[in-house]
Design a protein around this ligand. Structure first.
Ligand SMILES: [Zn+2]
Length: 137
């Protein structure tokens, strides 16, 4: 028996002998919902303690196959790329073709759109830039 203090309250806990520690670790971790090291340690510490409790729990949780398999840790992400700085007007354009559309009176079915990435807006009106491919059909 050992006297410990938990949240300001003194309690007696059993100093667990070596042969029983893995059984208690398994019960406290595997059968209590695979909590993290802190919660598993708190569950054990209600009734038991031993000198290497902290490191034993940390290692047990770290090696738990179930926790490794279903970890909520997000997969490694690619680092954020630095945004390209575009200052000059017309330095970089985003160009796209919209269509095929219903044929206009002039026989056009496509609209060329262009976006000035420095200004983040269309630098031309779509009607003024109606550079479409004539469709012979
Ligand atoms: Zn686990």
């Amino acid at each position: 028996m050992c006297l410990t203090t938990n949240h300001g309250k003194s309690t007696h806990v059993v100093v667990l002998p070596q042969p029983l520690r893995n059984v208690v670790l398994k019960l406290a971790h595997n059968h209590s919902g695979h909590f993290g090291a802190g919660t598993t340690r708190a569950i054990i510490n209600v009734h038991f303690t031993w000198p290497s409790l902290y490191s034993d729990v940390r290692e047990y949780v770290k090696r738990c196959k179930t926790c490794q398999q279903f970890s909520k840790a997000s997969p490694a992400r690619a680092p954020l790329s630095e945004p390209e700085l575009i200052c000059q007007r017309f330095e970089k354009l985003a160009v796209d073709v919209v269509g095929p559309l219903d044929k206009s009176r002039q026989g056009y079915r496509y609209i060329l759109t262009a976006l000035d990435l420095a200004k983040k807006k269309f630098f031309c009106h779509a009607n003024a830039w109606l550079l479409s491919r004539r469709d012979s059909s």
